[in-house]
Design a protein around this ligand. Structure first.
Ligand code: ADP
Length: 315
């Protein structure tokens, strides 16, 4: 859930909204080339809801629509990773995602064009649970992914590793802890976080996760239902990891509801140790929220680390 806008971020997005006006003709040309047909936008409407990027619904007179995101051109890698992440989820053929069409740079901006989805359907949490369980059955040989991506706008390393605990320690926990220290995280919390990272094996003594295809940023703002009431997930931070990491995030800011978890569990049984590991997985996102937004997330991270350390016999 990366929607807590800061003033600086809002100013940047406003600047993008204004300066993008000069770029639509170029984007129209690129889309025409990608689809091998002549496209002329008849309307360009801002879409709210995200905060990392500026977004628009672009339409033609004959009712074709696309969704376009834009940001400063230095963030091109972020859109490239989203492009390939959407394709990766499509490969699993388990749950709908918008089809990515083109990613590029124009003037000072990067942009990503994808299929526009009319997110007006009825909620079907049971179907979402079943389809996400199916997506998680799509697995790889190693944890990680072939490319790095971002979580919110923070770099997310995906260096492939056959050992999940090592992957989580280095690519997730250590990375966010180090970043947090630079952002002013209390030294004691940092040290305890490191202590925790050395004890991770305890959480996996009788549980060996498989490298499952993950959405990576699965909060309630990144799932919706299309016109046919089919679940759609979008804005992923894709990689292969423990399916519990995705499940944990569904519970971080509210919950997807009991129907969702019951149906999920029918198709991909949830191990009993999940109730403890979910705090470990959500600690990553809370540290990232501290790194992005500061404030009270430091205390939340502190209490999560203390809770996890008490599970392994400290405190
Ligand atoms: P950000 O990267 O800034 O977080 P999102 O990808 O979450 O932006 O998109 C912002 C909002 O736009 C979402 O909350 C959703 O309502 C809407 N949205 C996202 N993708 C699409 C799409 N492909 N078609 C239509 N609307 C979309």
């Amino acid at each position: 859930m990366y929607s807590c806008c800061e003033i600086d971020l809002l100013a940047t997005l406003l600047e993008i909204a204004i300066t993008m006006n000069d770029n639509w003709e170029y984007i129209e040309q690129q889309l025409s080339q990608a689809l091998d047909t002549d496209i002329h936008f008849s309307s360009i409407q801002p879409v709210s809801g995200g905060c990392i990027n500026q977004a628009w619904k672009v339409s033609t007179n004959d009712n074709q629509h696309w969704f376009v995101k834009s940001n400063q051109k230095a963030l091109l890698n972020m859109f490239e990773a989203e492009f390939y992440g959407l394709l990766e989820i499509q490969k699993a053929n388990a749950i709908c995602v918008p089809t990515p069409i083109h990613v590029g740079v124009v003037a000072q901006h990067c942009y990503l064009i994808m299929e526009y989805i009319n997110m007006t359907g009825l909620r079907q949490p049971c179907l979402a649970g079943e389809q996400l369980a199916n997506m998680h059955q799509y697995q790889a040989d190693q944890f990680g992914w072939f490319m790095d991506n971002t979580i919110g706008s923070t770099h997310q390393g995906n260096q492939q590793n056959s050992n999940w605990v090592e992957f989580w320690r280095h690519e997730r926990l250590h990375y966010q802890l180090d970043l947090a220290l630079h952002k002013g995280l209390d030294h004691q919390i940092y040290d305890n976080g490191f202590k925790l990272s050395e004890q991770l094996d305890v959480f996996f003594s009788d549980y060996q996760p498989k490298p499952a295809l993950l959405h990576g940023d699965l909060w309630s703002g990144n799932i919706a239902y299309n016109e046919n009431s089919q679940p759609v997930v979008f804005d992923p931070a894709t990689y292969y990891g423990d399916h519990e990491a995705d499940l944990a995030m569904t519970e971080l800011f509210g919950s997807f509801g009991q129907y969702f978890y019951d149906c999920y569990h029918e198709h991909f049984p949830i191990d009993t140790g999940y109730s403890i590991r979910k705090t470990l997985y959500n600690l990553y996102h809370i540290l990232n929220h501290y790194n992005l937004f500061g404030g009270g997330y430091m205390l939340q991270a502190k209490s999560m680390i203390a809770q996890l350390l008490s599970e392994v016999g400290y405190f």
